[in-house]
Design a protein around this ligand. Structure first.
Ligand code: PEP
Ligand code: MG
Length: 305
């Protein structure tokens, strides 16, 4: 079976009626790069940069980060690599950040909220990313966005960083900038957010947690956790439609993206990219190639939404 799948390694995810859906990889460590290549990923859709921070007992320097991002960009040789900026807090803690203990960490001081208030930490990462983007097709993606105001602020900081690099005579490249849609607020205002960025990537793990108000870590709630809840699937569809109306692309990088029961639905919705763990790339690609969106569209939308 694995041999059969491997014949798809150099193929693309194109539906029977000719619609292309990119199959990208999620990685949480540069050690995962071998698996990305072995499974023929067309790019990296989610590079969880937290590991750079979690494996150390002090902040990773600009140079350390630059080297890692440059290696990934070069290894992927012109294929798109989407690096998510620091998503720490909640379940991911590093002592040297000295974050206060919180009653509700999942709804607390985490991810972009830390970056927008500790801008030196954020700027160090942005500098490393911009400099590394000279060596490949890097894109940057921001987690836990809830408002247009945050995105405007981020873009302003990116412009400041570029200006600083220019002043210092350091070379930097162009990066697409996208956001994760992983809060219900972001999904609901995705029409407005789409005007500000180059792409969306839907983080279904957090989106489901916040939409259903069910802690994603609490296994005792499993019986209430419906990964296929219509509320979540409808929100995904609205987000894809809002992205396309504004002329940007929209992918999915949460676990749901690799759920083969939903591949036909996502194709019917017009999702542009599915970013999944390396082992899921070829099965998802196979499912895409067996789908005729023209035929199943109405039926799939009716069944799930
Ligand atoms: C998500 O929330 O769906 C996601 C991809 O990010 P993480 O699982 O790292 O929170
Ligand atoms: Mg998330």
């Amino acid at each position: 079976k694995r041999e059969l799948l491997l014949t798809l390694k150099n193929e693309k995810g194109i539906t029977l009626d000719g619609k292309k859906i990119l199959t990208y990889a999620n990685i949480g460590d540069s050690k995962d790069l071998a698996a990305v290549l072995q499974n023929g990923a067309e790019g990296i859709g989610l590079f969880r940069s937290e590991f750079l921070y979690l494996e150390k007992d002090t902040y990773p320097t600009e140079e350390e980060q630059f080297r890692v991002y440059k290696t990934v960009a070069e290894t992927m040789a012109g294929k798109r690599v989407i690096i998510r900026t620091l998503d720490i807090g909640a379940d991911k803690q590093a002592d040297y950040f000295q974050l206060k203990k919180e009653e509700n960490p999942a709804m607390g001081y985490r991810a972009i909220r830390i970056c927008l208030t500790r801008t030196e930490v954020f700027k160090t990462q942005l500098r490393a990313l911009l400099r590394a983007s000279v060596y490949g097709k890097l894109a940057v993606m921001y987690p836990m966005i809830t408002s247009v105001k945050e995105v405007k602020k981020i873009k302003q900081i990116v412009e400041e960083v570029k200006e600083e690099l220019k002043q210092e005579g350091l070379e930097f490249g162009d990066m697409e900038q996208g956001i994760m849609i992983e809060t219900p607020a972001a999904a609901v205002i995705s029409d407005l957010l789409a005007e500000e960025v180059d792409f969306f990537s839907i983080g279904t793990n957090d989106l489901t947690q916040y939409m259903l108000a069910i802690d994603r870590q609490n296994q005792e709630l499993d019986e209430f956790f419906d990964a296929h809840h219509r509320a979540v699937l409808r929100l995904i569809y609205q987000t894809v439609q809002n992205a396309h109306r504004a002329g940007i692309w929209c992918g999915i990088c949460g676990e749901l993206g690799g759920d083969l029961a939903l591949t036909q639905l996502f194709a019917a919705m017009g999702v542009d990219e599915l970013s999944v763990s390396p082992g899921n790339i070829l099965p998802v690609r196979k499912a895409i190639r067996e789908t005729d969106t023209g035929k199943i569209r109405e039926e799939q939308l009716k069944k799930w939404l």
